[in-house]
Write a protein of this length. Sequence first.
Length: 284
Amino acid sequence: MKFLVSVPASTANLGSGFDALGMALGMYDDVEVAGGEGVEGLSITVDGAGSGDVPLDETHLVVRAVRATGYTGGLALRCRNTIPHARGLGSSAAAIVAGVVAGFTLMGRELDTEALQIAAEFEGHADNAAASLFGGVVVAWSEGEQYRAVRMDADARVRPVVLIPSQESSTKTTRGLLPAEVPHSDAAHAAGRAALAVHALTVDPTVLLAATEDRLHQNYREPAWPETVRVINDLRKLGVPACVSGAGPTVIAFGDLPAEVDTHGFDVRRLDVDSAGVRVRPLD
């Protein structure tokens, strides 16, 4: 059995929707998968992002996710990665989703709620994984140990721009900068803005500037990526909705970027919102 798994990048948080809001982006990692009868052992090749850095054995993240589905047979993977690693664009979630979907496909299973559960357990939250699985805009949450998500279509006027620095950022490190408690007023602010963000992304993008205002995590994490926060503040002062993408250091903005904002050192890319999520295509 041979097939191609194509997984979109994702952005998470989108301001104050910390660990809850996500959106799929039109940047993709492709994994050619061969398995089942006639395939023995394990072989992995990696081109693009992560080439030369990621392991090529059972500890490879895609392989770990395949094994988490219960598939134990032979496996050959060719990974072609365009999602930059450690930049806040869901590269880990994309790898996990690719592995989960590959495992389900190899076992002849349709994707179901367990696919999201397996993927989300790797990271401890479901926002990026749900976006890569389902596409569009997602709201993710947990009920005890069960991860859940709902998907919505993004409004056609939502026009993401990502500003990707060369600097990498560790989610573990940036989470370590967050306080154990925040003021009640900041929590109330986050609840209102996260709710508004759902409306802004799916119905009325004209309120995205207010919707993406954050008090939960960005300022606390500024020591990890001061240039990211500087660009966000410069954009917002000029009326452009902008926030940190996931754990950073990538900036995600909406609309046109004013020429007076200094984006030196950032790779600026306009991306579509991916509406389909992960795709599987048979290969000859």
